[in-house]
Design a protein around this ligand. Structure first.
Ligand code: SF4
Length: 883
């Protein structure tokens, strides 16, 4: 082929453009940031750069399967359609549901929504985007009358003050953060305030970090509103012309957060921290406030979003360059799902259930036989309905709710009960896919065609550069085939993603006349060729060519009055952690994505954090009796999880942080959502993922082990022991094992943990010393080796890895496998994943005379010079050394 294809990164909502070069044999020969893409201008973070490592066929779902048996597309689709038809006939349309994903392309989303709402006649379609930005959608609609983000990325660069609330942007939107850092280097007067309970990599770069008590943000922002009013910060002219202030908005704010002392007491901050922030905000006109999951994932997420927007409306800091409230989306196409309306409480294309005419407009446009009259259940309730048997058939597209939804044990019980569970996905290894009755192979990034929309409303193309593997198909194609079998073939006779996109664009403009914010009517007649070549562009894109990327001051809002709403808000009463429990905060880590289906197979990305980790403040660790590096068990009212203890002064006292990524494929009990409460925001239905109550107890392990194997040589997934696994170079996997129960070194075989047939075993055992070593070979080739020791003396993994490269081990080498010694703790994490440099490596280099600056570390060790995502961590290590 040897061609260059421009496409979009499939990870975070930054939406970076990529240039991929494909060689003669269809392999990626180079991948780099697209210098012309306005989201990243050529930059890429570590996740984007490691994409080629994730393009593997291991674990791919290549053909449809029904009850585990590979079958034809026709048979699988007939089974899906027959199952849905029978359940609808007997129990009505609300007995079936779709659960979709921010990983889908807009075209897939559009077809799923049209089929469920317009032709099946139910609103039972919700998206995993419910988990990341539903509260921001509510806040936008209540304040602006429409779900329209008012800013663009360049506003972050133009602002004099950037406030980041509840977002570890340095790790979760790395390129956006690097744009901010570059702008700060160019303008040293630009200030950065970070509001986050943890001192994250983002907070480390801030001029002011407010380590707020989680769940108290509303007090901080209500207090700011009062402070702005008292200190002449209101833009009275803007308020008079463009804002409706709800009657009790200011009174309620004053009643709950009337002075700095009250705010400080409520938020756990010092009065001086609060005062500094308020004064900076008051004095800085060009202010952008970025907010994300720390605000959204709360049972007051919608109100918290509106509290931020209130302060921008009150000060008129919106609609001009360098200012505005800016919600960041987590997923690559969370915004696309919002545009399409593939959420249970929306109809389509910014048409809503709450508007008297909208259902009729949509019915006419689609020619629908039946449209639902009311919203369907939001994600958490949708799965509750499955668990209670009200929803009997569920099709899950491109997501892994068994890992990502709160109270995962309840979700498992629900899926267990589901009469017909269909999963379309790229891999068959997700925890959810393993429960499916019917598996449908979907096209992954690189093989599929369509569009995605990033946080700043920029629509970009994802382009295919590889042929479809196996018989995988686009999600929209599967949906159309099922629609046809349900008797709706005419409305779903699409031949290409461009055709779907045209219809989506036409619907956005249909009887719109400037009344709905989402309008891309200018693209309603785009040709196949122009769609293929479509450059990244921001909506609105109305047919008449008007529309501005930034909401411009003076333009009407989308409320009936045309004025924005400054809302009345009051914090909900909250109970403090009972019985000395800790508050569990969850979130992303730098180099993994969602449930690790893609990033978890990349050796480069797996170096940064090699197993589930719980970050605990040293004072809490002392109180709870846990030590650095020890395995600990977290227990909540819903379940338990195991994680490695990491002591962090950056962690707020009284809380513990654990990442959201580890699934049953990568760890025995690393699933944080087993602990998380299913409590949700009453307006958005977004789960409160940052404030579950947990207890922690140290786990006294009696033995440790490692298993080094080719995939899929560790398939046993044993219960009752702690294990986690990490991708290594050369298609190898390293599994760490740890047990609380006595391991019987005299009789236990360990062979049950190693899959594979016709295996030749080589074994060494010393029961007195507490040692078992086992190698599995096939035709003389090493496939797996297991080392279990009662003490922490495990062999050097790098040396063992080299033996996997030998085609046929001779006698000496066979014995050599088992006589390996060394002192690898096998847990050293890479700070810079690109260069494989650990914290210890940096400390060693400085001790040996390397200058303790980020630049010198870059020159000497090549760390931090590639994607730059690790620079905040390197800076923190150097600061600790200097302290
Ligand atoms: Fe992808 Fe990184 Fe850009 Fe996000 S910041 S879109 S993960 S390259």
């Amino acid at each position: 082929m040897n061609e260059t294809v421009r496409t979009t990164c499939p990870y975070c909502g930054t939406g970076c453009g990529l240039e991929v070069q494909v060689g003669e044999r269809g392999e990626i020969t180079s991948l780099r940031g697209d210098a012309l893409h306005p989201a990243n201008f050529g930059r890429l973070c570590g996740k984007g750069m490691a994409l080629p490592e994730t393009m593997i066929l291991d674990g791919r779902l290549l053909h449809p399967r029904v009850h585990g048996q590979t079958t034809s597309w026709d048979q699988a689709l007939d089974r899906v359609a027959d199952g849905f038809k029978a359940i609808i006939a007997q129990h009505g349309p609300d007995a079936v549901a779709f659960y979709v994903s921010g990983q889908l392309l807009t075209e897939d989303y559009y077809v799923a929504n049209k089929l469920m709402k317009g032709f099946i006649g139910s609103a039972n379609i919700d998206s995993n985007s419910r988990l990341c930005m539903a509260s921001a959608v509510v806040a936008h609609k209540r304040a602006f009358g429409a779900d329209r983000v008012p800013c663009s990325y360049e506003d972050i660069e133009l602002a004099e003050l950037v406030v980041i609330v509840g977002s570890n942007t340095a790790w979760c939107h790395p390129i956006l953060f690097q744009r901010l850092l570059a702008a700060r280097r160019a303008d040293t007067n630009k200030r950065l305030v970070v509001i986050d309970p943890r001192r994250t990599a983002t907070a480390m770069e801030a001029d002011l970090h407010l380590p707020i008590q989680s769940g108290t943000d509303l007090y901080l922002w209500l207090g700011l509103l009062v402070y702005l009013q008292q200190n002449g910060g209101f833009d009275l002219d803007f308020l008079r012309r463009q804002v409706e202030v709800q009657p009790h908005a200011l009174e309620l704010a004053a009643a709950h957060a009337g002075d700095i002392a009250t705010v400080a007491r409520r938020t756990g901050l010092s009065a001086s921290e609060v005062e500094q922030f308020y004064s900076l905000f008051l004095q800085t006109r060009r202010t952008v406030t970025l907010f994300s999951q720390g605000i959204n994932q709360s049972c007051q997420g919608s109100d918290q979003g509106n509290a931020i927007i209130n302060c921008h409306l009150a000060t008129g800091r919106i609609g001009e360059p360098g200012m505005g409230p800016f919600s960041l989306t987590g997923q690559p196409n969370a915004m696309g799902g919002r545009e399409v309306g593939a959420l249970a409480n929306q109809l389509a294309a910014h048409l809503g259930f709450d508007h008297p005419r909208h259902a009729e407009v949509l019915r006419r446009f689609w020619g629908s036989p039946a449209l639902p009259a009311r919203p369907g259940p939001l994600a958490v309730d949708l799965f509750r309905a499955v668990g209670e048997g009200r929803i009997r058939a569920l099709w899950i597209l491109g997501t892994n709710p068994l890992v990502s939804l709160p109270d995962s044990n309840a979700v498992r019980r629900a899926l267990d009960r589901c009469e017909l569970l269909v999963v379309s996905d790229v891999v068959d290894t997700t925890d959810t896919a393993r429960m499916a009755h019917i598996l449908l192979p979907a096209l992954p990034w690189g093989e599929k065609e369509g569009t995605v929309t990033n946080s700043e409303r920029r629509i970009s193309r994802q382009r295919a550069f590889l042929p479809a593997a196996g018989s995988a198909k686009p999600d929209w194609w599967m949906l159309c085939q099922v629609a046809k079998r349900l008797g709706h073939g005419k409305a779903f006779a699409y031949e290409s993603s461009a055709e779907i996109f045209r219809e989506h664009a036409a619907l956005s403009a249909f009887e719109n006349e400037g009344r709905r914010a989402f309008d891309i009517g200018a693209l309603a007649r785009i040709s196949e060729a122009d769609y293929h070549a479509m450059p990244p562009q921001q909506w609105p894109l109305p047919q008449d060519g008007g529309g501005s990327a930034r909401w411009e001051k003076g333009s009407p809002f989308f409320t009936p009055s045309g004025r924005a709403c400054l809302m009345e808000l009051a914090p909900a009463p909250d109970s403090p952690a009972a019985g000395g429990e800790l508050i569990l905060n969850t979130g992303r880590i730098r180099d993994q994505w969602h449930t690790m289906t893609r990033t978890g197979v990349s050796p480069t990305l797996s170096r940064h954090t090699v197993e589930p980790v719980a970050e605990v403040h040293p004072d809490d660790a002392r109180q709870w009796g846990v030590a650095e590096g020890q395995l600990l068990r977290l227990t909540s009212a819903h379940g338990t999880a195991l994680a490695r203890t990491q002591l962090k002064n950056e962690q707020r006292r009284g809380s513990v942080f654990m990442s959201m990524h580890w699934s049953g494929r990568f760890a025995g009990e690393g699933l944080v959502n087993a602990l998380v409460t299913a409590r949700t925001d009453p307006f958005s239905g977004q789960p409160d993922a940052k404030r579950s109550r947990v207890r922690i107890t140290p786990v006294n392990t009696l033995w440790r082990g490692i298993l080094l194997s080719r995939d899929p040589w560790f398939e046993a997934r044993p219960s009752g022991i702690g294990w986690s696994r990490q991708a290594l170079e050369g298609g190898l996997w390293l599994t760490r094992l740890e047990g609380e129960e006595v391991f019987d070194f005299a009789t236990a075989t360990g062979r049950e943990w190693i899959a594979g047939e016709s295996v030749e075993w080589v074994e060494y055992r010393d029961a007195a010393c507490g040692r078992l070593r086992l190698a599995a070979l096939q035709e003389g080739r090493l496939q797996a080796c297991l080392f279990i020791e009662s003490r922490e003396v495990l062999p050097d993994v790098a040396a063992l890895m080299s033996l996997f490269g030998v085609t046929r081990l001779d006698e000496r080498q066979r014995l050599g496998v088992l006589s390996r010694s060394g002192s690898s703790s096998c847990r050293e994490r890479a700070v810079c994943a690109c260069a494989g440099v650990s914290a210890e490596g940096i400390r060693r280099a400085v001790a040996q005379g390397l200058s303790p600056t980020v630049e010198a570390i870059g020159k000497g060790l090549k760390a931090g010079v590639n994607c730059g995502s690790c620079q905040p961590e390197i800076r923190a290590i150097l600061a600790n050394l200097a302290a």
